[in-house]
Design a protein around this ligand. Structure first.
Ligand SMILES: NCc1[nH]cc(CCC(=O)O)c1CC(=O)O
Length: 310
């Protein structure tokens, strides 16, 4: 019998698109056929705010249960939506190369943030994006929105909002990057730990050698540093924190910023560590922990609500 890899995904257009891309890559590289298994999650069906759903992992848990039960072989997650805590019996078996980690503005008339009218209504459900918007444009009315990328873009098309902030990677995967009216530089506007990257989760001990074909070690190392900041701060995925790591030669450079929810203040820290190719993951994790420790020493916990879904 030929082996078929069953790959679980959430049902949103973005989730299906990115899972299909990973599945196609695996098949192209290894010849092993794949099958997509769509799993509905509470995070997809509920209209409640993320905070009232109980915070981290609302998108991941139904898929993880299916993987644990053996109903599927792999899960493709957006890395930024994956809680930092390990899940018993499961491992991140593959991390493909990261795409664009930046946030973008999609605004009526294709205008930039600076050119939005006074008091413009801009939608985001992310406390980080809210703070970043307000720090640059305190006059804006930031509107808390939920829903998938398509719904968010439609609220701009319909004129309910002047603009929305979204991840470039998500728009790209949906073929809608042309709707971006401004790309925010990562130095000025660091994004969520792991943004633009995917995680392929597998059962511990399963020998899924096909994953080697999509693995990108430098992405894995960079996101490990970013996620280590969150884990050390004991912050949830909805905390107002941006973190981004890049490689400069053999130097891993990590910047993290914690924002006051109002956008009126922020604390940043940049540090670097040399990668040697040996234990890079450990080095990355220590770098993230050091950056987080510095932020805490500088008062991050007093500046922003860090825990759970803020
Ligand atoms: N929270 C939803 C979510 N999870 C991952 C992405 C984008 C793709 C990515 O970062 O890999 C998005 C949409 C968005 O933030 O615009």
């Amino acid at each position: 019998m030929t082996r078929i890899l069953r790959i679980a995904t959430r049902g949103s257009a973005l989730a299906r698109a990115q899972t299909g891309m990973v599945a196609d890559q695996i098949t192209a590289a290894t010849g092993v056929p794949t099958e997509l298994v769509i799993i509905k999650t509470e995070g997809d069906t509920s209209r409640e705010s993320l905070a009232s759903l109980g915070g981290t992992g609302v998108f991941a848990s139904a898929l993880r249960e299916a993987l644990t039960r053996g109903e599927v072989d792999l899960i493709v997650h957006s890395l930024k939506d994956l809680p930092t805590a390990a899940y018993p019996g499961l491992v991140i078996g593959g991390v493909p190369e990261r795409e664009d980690a930046r946030d973008v503005l999609c605004a009526q008339g294709g205008v930039s943030l600076a050119d939005l009218p006074e008091g413009a209504r801009v939608g985001t459900g992310s406390p980080r994006r809210r703070a970043q918007l307000l720090s640059l444009r305190p006059d804006l009315e930031v509107v808390d929105i939920r829903g998938n990328v398509d719904t968010r873009l439609r609220s701009v098309e319909r004129g309910d909002l002047h603009g929305v902030v979204l991840a470039a990677a998500g728009l790209e995967r949906l073929g809608r990057l042309a709707e971006a009216s401004e790309f925010f530089d990562l130095e000025l506007w660091p994004t969520a730990p792991g943004q633009g990257a995917l995680a392929i989760e597998a059962r511990e001990g399963d020998d899924i050698t096909e994953l080697l074909s999509i693995e990108h070690g430098l992405t894995r190392t960079a996101v490990r540093a970013e996620r280590s900041v969150l884990a050390t701060l004991e912050a949830g995925c909805a905390a107002p924190i941006g973190a981004h790591a890049t490689l400069d030669g053999d130097l891993l450079v990590l910047t993290a910023v914690v924002y006051a929810p109002s956008g009126e203040a922020e604390l940043g820290c940049t540090r670097s560590a040399t990668l040697t190719g040996v234990d890079d993951g450990v080095v990355a994790e220590a770098l993230g922990a050091a950056v987080a420790a510095q932020l805490l020493e500088d008062g991050a916990a007093e500046l922003a609500p860090l825990g759970g879904a803020a």
